[in-house]
Design a protein around this ligand. Structure first.
Ligand code: GUN
Length: 294
């Protein structure tokens, strides 16, 4: 059994990106620039954006944050997005979610220029992903692919069971694992909240990807001997003995499941550290004009 070390992989990949940025500078090429739009004062969003900006500094990218109050109108936000779309200095940008209730999330996502949509949330990028065309893949599924690749985990012909069908993780990773690619070429089963006899499916998985948001939901009986288990769950559980006041729990009972696995991601330190790296990778692709050439 091998514990997948997301922190190590993240730091190796960041190191490679930092090298590429240094070479770009030497060659007079553009330094990648990521922008984040942050609306309101949601604590988790503030932390996520701060971490993304910090990661940009680590690899030598430029970054900028556009902050607006909760009271910004949808029209004004769409105008800001149009301005960033047209700003040649900014290679890629994200609109941190969630947005205030009065703003239609879909309208905002659809307004982002697909070539700058480094979150991979625009339908153009989702469509390209399904067709196996060049695209930006959303951070969490892209981070999972990078982990599988780094550990050279065989995927061809394997049965991959995904639990959870969210737009951000379950749905895209199910498509990615079935594409004619590496990682991919799996036979994929997508399970969700209405699936009956869930453990009948999970216990047949060679690769089990759990993105449910239910702490410690998957136990040892639900997993096959030798399986690869990717735990995307990340729930804060109150714990007064901790300085932060909480502990992070995944969707998998790690102690019970790990002994049965060939590979398993821990929480924290598995998929989590990879999501920001994936966003940086997309920003670098944007600066290289690799996905869209304009
Ligand atoms: N909110 C939670 N996760 C994400 C993410 O990956 N991107 C954006 N834009 N907002 C988020």
């Amino acid at each position: 059994m091998e514990i997948i070390n997301g922190k190590t992989v993240a730091s190796v990949l960041k190191g490679k990106m930092a090298e590429e940025v240094a070479i770009r500078k030497t060659n007079g090429l553009k330094v990648p620039h990521l922008s984040a739009i942050l609306v309101g004062h949601n604590g988790a969003s503030e932390t996520y954006v701060a971490n993304k900006i910090k990661a940009c500094k680590e690899v030598g990218f430029f970054s900028s944050t556009f902050r607006y109050p909760d009271s910004i109108t949808e029209e004004d936000l769409l105008n800001v997005i149009n301005q960033i779309n047209e700003n040649d200095d900014i290679d890629g940008f994200i609109v941190q979610l969630p947005l205030p209730k009065l703003i239609a999330e879909n309208k905002v996502i659809n307004a982002i220029k697909p070539s700058k949509d480094v979150d991979g949330f625009h339908p153009e990028n989702t469509g390209r992903m399904i067709k196996n065309l060049p695209c930006y893949i959303a951070a969490t599924p892209y981070g999972i692919l990078k982990l599988i690749e780094y550990y050279k985990i065989e995927t061809k012909g394997k049965h991959c069971v995904v639990v959870g069908r969210s737009n951000i993780v379950g749905s895209p990773i199910s498509i990615l694992m079935s594409r004619d690619n590496y990682p991919g070429n799996c036979t994929v089963t997508l399970c969700h909240s209405k699936t009956q006899n869930l453990s009948e499916y999970t216990s047949k998985a060679d690769i089990l990807i759990v993105a449910l948001g239910k702490p410690e939901f998957v136990n040892g009986d639900m997993v096959k001997e030798g399986a690869v288990v990717i735990d995307v769950g990340l729930t804060r559980i109150e714990d007064k003995t901790k300085k932060s006041g909480f502990v992070l729990k995944g969707d998998v009972m790690f102690d019970e499941v790990a002994p049965k696995c060939s590979f398993i991601t821990p929480v924290p330190g598995g998929v989590g550290p990879m999501t920001i790296v994936a966003l940086l990778e997309n920003t670098l692709k944007a600066a290289r004009r690799e996905v869209y050439n304009s």
